[in-house]
Design a protein around this ligand. Structure first.
Ligand code: 5AD
Length: 346
């Protein structure tokens, strides 16, 4: 196998094999690696130009019924102030974000039982009536098909649900037994079927992960063909069972972004907060490897620290207009610009 034979498959839109992905992850020379990033960047530029979509992230609750071993808001973490935003607080976040140029709001939270279908549907209808030119993305974990369907009818456009790792055995090492990798993957196929712009994704460098597991993720995403993929490095959180595990690396994360861009040329790929938390230049590096989205934080200042999935979370975002200007400056430094756009999947 050679680098050019794999690149050829990408350009002819042929499926890659596990060996192909493994080669990209572990077999490239320095020069080939640089070429990989350049190709990924060119692919993104051809699709999106130098425009970066912004999504306003609203962290609506850190209450979660799950107990994932890596996650700081896991049920068993008693060392955390729990919160849930009110409907009015969430709407205020949107009101604050709109004039800043946000045309997508991402409502993300733990699997909080208070988010009934009725409550969420009513909220979605209100957001869509006040901000009719905006998209709403939900990221609220696993729900039933009926629930996903109701939320879609109430106006949700997109749904983010990372598979976390597509390798079933590895999944079981990251989650308690009651959580099922099959169910999670089924949710993703259901969301796609229901017409959501659907986002999968995984953590890079999570405990026990080797390149063979990342290969499984690429193969899974090649089959799923999601419209969005979010990836970031695993970062330890001190109040979790993985608190002493080493973090993933920025280099491996950026390599995965580049591979994803070549695999899914039209997909929306964020330069994630986790990557920015690990490396101050992480966002720029991801964009230069094919990412086309950033997701600044629109949550109220007083809860932002409580939404702690991992330690040392970057205070990136558009905390205010000033944060957004800073992000714009970062992007300008590398020849890109933030844009006011819903940024639907193409
Ligand atoms: N490190 C990095 N990412 C994490 N997430 C949760 N905990 C961590 C962690 N310790 C990610 C998961 C989840 C997303 C919202 O945050 O991939 O899907």
């Amino acid at each position: 196998m050679t680098f050019s034979s794999v690149v050829e498959k990408f350009s002819r839109n042929l499926p890659l094999t596990g060996e192909d992905f493994l080669f990209l992850l572990t077999g490239l020379t320095g020069a080939e690696e640089a070429r990989l990033y350049a190709l990924a960047r060119e692919t993104a530029l051809a699709q999106f130009g130098n425009r970066i979509f912004i999504r306003g992230l609203i962290e609506i609750s850190n209450i979660c019924k799950n107990d994932c071993y890596y996650c700081g808001i896991r049920k068993s973490n008693s060392n955390l102030t729990r919160y849930r935003l009110t409907r009015e607080q969430i709407l205020s976040c949107c009101e604050a974000g709109y004039p800043l140029g946000f045309r997508t709001f991402v409502l993300q939270g733990g699997e909080d039982g208070a988010f009934t279908d009725d409550w969420l549907c009513s909220l979605l209808k209100e957001i869509k009536s006040r901000f009719s030119d905006c998209a709403v993305t939900l990221s609220l974990g696993e729900r039933s098909r009926e629930s996903y369907q109701k939320l879609k009818q109430a106006g949700a456009d997109r749904y983010l649900l990372r598979e976390e790792t597509a390798d079933f055995a590895h999944y079981q090492k990251l989650h308690p037994r009651c959580m099922s990798p099959r169910r999670r993957q089924d949710c993703l196929f259901t969301l796609k079927e229901l017409g959501y712009q659907t986002g999968g994704g995984f953590m890079v460098g999570s405990p026990g992960q080797g390149p063979e597991h990342l290969v499984r993720d690429f193969l899974f995403l090649q089959t799923l063909q999601p419209q969005m993929v979010g990836i970031g490095p695993f970062l330890p959180h001190k109040d979790t069972p993985f608190g002493d595990c080493p973090p993933g690396t920025a280099a491996q994360t950026v390599r995965c972004v580049a591979i994803l861009r070549l695999l899914l040329p039209k997909a929306n790929l964020p330069a994630t907060t986790a990557l920015a938390s690990l490396d101050p230049n992480g966002r720029q590096k991801a964009v230069l490897a094919g990412a086309n989205v950033v997701m600044p934080n629109l949550s109220p200042g007083e809860v932002r620290d409580h939404y702690s999935l991992y330690d040392h979370k970057a205070h990136s975002g558009a905390e205010a207009a000033e944060g957004l200007r800073l992000l714009q400056k970062q992007m300008e430094e590398i020849g890109y610009t933030l844009c006011v756009d819903r940024g639907d999947s193409r």
